[in-house]
Design a binder for this molecule. Sequence first.
Ligand code: SF4
Ligand code: SF4
Length: 243
Amino acid sequence: MWHERIQDFGEEVQPDSTFRFECHGSLSCFGKCCNAEITLTPYDIARMRRHLGIDTAAFLPGYCNTYTDRRTGFPFVTLKQGEDDGCIFLGRDGCSLYENRPSCCRNYPLARVIDEDWKSANRVVRYHLQQQTTYCEGFGRGPDLTVDSYVEMNGLGPYEKANDVFLDVPFTFNSLPKHLKQDRDVQSMVFDAVFNFDGFFEKYGHFPHTAVPDDDGELIVLIRNIVLNLIMKTGELNPDPHS
Ligand code: SF4
Ligand code: SF4
């Protein structure tokens, strides 16, 4: 999965429980957290590349490292580091694209975890309060917060909506036979469609009767539908030779 760092999960926060956390520029730890590895979702990329006024074909090589998960074959993208091993967007005054910072920066110190209930096959959303690092001074400061108030305060609503829309994509990719999940051409096609979507639209032209939306949330819905279709067609056209 691309939008949570499983190793950082801490104590689960119940909907009615409260926690205290406040982050601001006058703390001596300001910016220290921005040396962590930041994994980006397609919606994060849509917002950040719009903020910078460039397309994904320029954004990805300029600001990101791109990988393929060896186990699942699914691509993922992280932010590059700049000088002093901090995030490439970390400046003297903090995040240079703060209003369009990515999901995991907004969520901190919460981690949003999505599990599949094996009995009902429904997805279950849980929030965890991440382990406190030795340097982060934000814990225990400020007024009582709930998950809902933190989500609202940090403008996470559209991020959660768009990221949830995309969850079907890695799940569906995972249902492909192994020879397709590990096929470089299939991986490259999925990478382009999921992350380099501006380049993908440029390369393949606009789909019939489909205008590329200006709204990033709508764009993510469109990309999700195209990618699901591509993955399913790929599976149909290339059945598992061993089955
Ligand atoms: S309080 Fe924590 S999250 Fe805020 S700048 Fe300091 S280390 Fe980062
Ligand atoms: S995107 Fe901004 S908030 Fe997130 S790690 Fe980079 S500088 Fe920090």
